[in-house]
Each structure stands twice: as structure tokens, then as C-alpha cells.
Design a protein around this ligand. Structure first.
Ligand code: AMP
Ligand code: MN
Ligand code: MN
Ligand code: MN
Length: 288
């Protein structure tokens, strides 16, 4: 039996629907043995998740998903096995979060101009963490108004790049995000690479820069990936000697295509990132 590892998901501390404790209980019920909670730019849910994981008898890997800007595209870098009390990391995350308030206001103004009024107030009602208002909260509010049938449609019409509610934003630099993760003793992972709209050469440049600043792993299996993405990024992991991660990127049962722990297994020849998470799991458990 393979280890059921799910190394990327969200709670109400960022844009998930479930509290950290609820996420862990759902993961345990789904048979997850090794779970990373990776909220956007926040580690405020880790303590609660760790406590609940202990109660449920599963292993919690402290994690985070940091928003990065690389060549005008937003890239997400997951940190796994971090010390979530590390001061450098915490200061970096404060800095990344600090732009969200103005961005949210600008998004709301832009949507107001196309006839969607009072959206920021609505989005705030969906954001349990006032420091982390994001596009998912906007989308949920717009669905709740009855204007659009689901969150994916809201992104397609209003919130994706090039749409009226999209406000360009500069997040952390790649080398800073990887640096904070490493300073906190963690492993940096490029999240859902299949989602980025980068040219082939920019994608190669991303992997070059990532490795040059100490990044070590790639999400090969992701809830955001099609089977073709898995094949493509498995090849990248082989060619570049990157560790491979497996991750649902679960936000909630109504929004996420893949539930906690229900992703496909990693291609068996890849080196799983959890083989390097020794502090987080008993050595006997660390097989693919
Ligand atoms: P933000 O950090 O505020 O830009 O929000 C990013 C989050 O929005 C992602 O982590 C997803 O939760 C959500 N998201 C982004 N694109 C889409 C999409 N096309 N469909 C549904 N949710 C999306
Ligand atoms: Mn999200
Ligand atoms: Mn992401
Ligand atoms: Mn995510």
C-alpha cells in the first residue's frame, strides 16, 4: 500500500471553506496519512491543524503557499516542513499580505465600473481572515448574488487575467519566497505548474531560477492538473532531478475537482518530496 500524502490544501485561514480542524478531520476520514496545510501567504492555521492531526493519528506537515510574481505571471510556491514560527518567514508573509487590502479595493472599484456594486463588502463576508481577502471570496459573493452559477464561471467572466475585475499585482520575488522557506528549514515546491501561462522558454527560465535559488520540488500530481500535465511535469522532474509532490489543492467540496487524499499516485520512478520530510513523519512511512 502506498503512502497517502496530500501536500497542498486550504482552510478558512486563507480561501478554503473548512476550518483547519475540519480540513484535518476530513483528510483523516479520506485516508490521508501525511497532510500539509498550505494556506495562501499565511501560517495561522498550523497550530490548530497540528493539534487535530495528533487527535486523528495522522501526520501534519506545516506548510504555506506563497504568491510570487515571475515575468508578470503569478506563480505559487509551496513551502513544506517549515518552522512556522521562523521570524524571517513571518516577516516575509506580512509583506506579501500587505498589498491585498488595496488590491481588493481596486478590484471592487473595477467591478463597480462594469455594474457590480458593493462587491468588496460582500467579499469580506466570505473572508474569515480579514487580512486575506482574495479573488475566491469575490467569486463566492458574486455567486451568492445569483449573477453567476459557480466560482469557475465568475473567474472566466470577471476575475481571470484580462477580465474587468482583474487587477495586476506584484507579489513576492521568487528568490525571496524560496529564501524565506529555506530560512524556515522548509523545502520549496513549485505549485500546479500546469496552470501558468508562461511560454516554453519562460517556463524553463522559471525552473532555472527556482533551482538557482534553492528550490527543490515540483507538484507533478495536482488537483489542478490534467493527465497530460502530469506526464509533462513528471518529465521535467526527471530531467531536472526535482523531487515530486502530490497535492489536491483542496478548497472545499463544492469548488474543488479533487477531494483531500484522492489524487492519483505519483509516477513510481519519481522521488517523492516526502522522502525528505524526515522531521514530519516516521522513517518507516517514507516510501512512495
Ligand atoms: P488570489 O490569491 O486572490 O489571486 O486568489 C487566487 C485563488 O483564486 C486561487 O488559489 C484559487 O483558489 C482561486 N482561483 C484562481 N483561478 C481560479 C479559477 N479559474 N477558478 C476557480 N478558482 C480560481
Ligand atoms: Mn486558493
Ligand atoms: Mn495556487
Ligand atoms: Mn493552493
Amino acid at each position: 500500500m502506498l503512502l497517502n500524502a496530500d501536500l497542498h490544501c486550504h482552510s478558512t485561514v486563507s480561501d478554503g471553506w473548512l476550518t483547519p480542524a475540519e480540513v484535518v478531520r476530513r483528510a483523516a476520514a479520506n485516508g490521508v496519512e501525511l497532510l500539509a496545510l498550505t494556506d495562501h501567504d499565511e501560517v495561522g492555521g498550523i497550530d490548530e491543524a497540528e493539534t487535530t492531526a495528533r487527535e486523528c493519528g495522522i501526520t501534519l506537515v506545516p506548510g504555506v503557499e506563497i504568491s510570487v510574481t515571475f515575468r508578470d505571471e503569478t506563480i505559487h510556491v509551496v513551502g513544506l516542513g517549515i518552522d512556522h514560527r521562523n521570524v524571517l518567514l513571518l516577516e516575509g508573509l506580512v509583506q506579501v499580505r500587505s498589498g491585498r487590502e488595496l488590491r481588493a479595493q481596486a478590484m471592487s472599484d473595477a467591478l463597480d465600473a462594469v455594474g457590480l456594486h458593493g462587491v468588496l463588502e460582500g467579499a469580506r463576508r466570505f473572508a474569515r481572515n480579514p487580512a486575506l481577502v482574495g479573488r475566491a471570496h469575490f467569486a463566492r459573493h458574486i455567486v451568492a448574488t445569483g449573477l453567476m452559477p459557480d466560482v469557475a464561471t465568475v473567474f472566466r467572466y470577471y476575475l481571470a487575467r484580462g477580465k474587468p475585475g482583474f487587477v495586476p499585482h506584484v507579489w513576492a520575488r521568487l528568490e525571496d519566497a524560496v529564501g524565506w522557506i529555506r530560512a524556515a528549514g522548509g523545502i520549496a515546491v513549485i505549485a500546479h505548474p500546469g496552470r501558468y501561462r508562461l511560454s516554453a522558454s519562460d517556463m524553463e527560465a522559471l525552473f532555472d531560477s527556482f533551482a538557482a535559488c534553492g528550490g527543490e520540488a515540483l507538484e507533478v500530481v495536482s488537483g489542478a492538473h490534467a493527465e497530460s500535465d502530469v506526464q509533462r511535469f513528471a518529465s521535467v522532474a526527471r530531467r531536472r532531478g526535482l523531487l515530486a509532490s502530490r497535492a489536491s489543492d483542496f478548497h472545499g467540496s463544492s469548488e474543488s475537482p479533487v477531494d483531500l487524499g484522492r489524487c492519483d499516485p505519483l509516477p513510481p520512478d519519481l522521488v517523492p518530496v516526502w522522502s525528505r520530510l524526515r522531521a514530519a513523519a516516521p522513517a518507516a512511512d517514507l516510501h512512495p
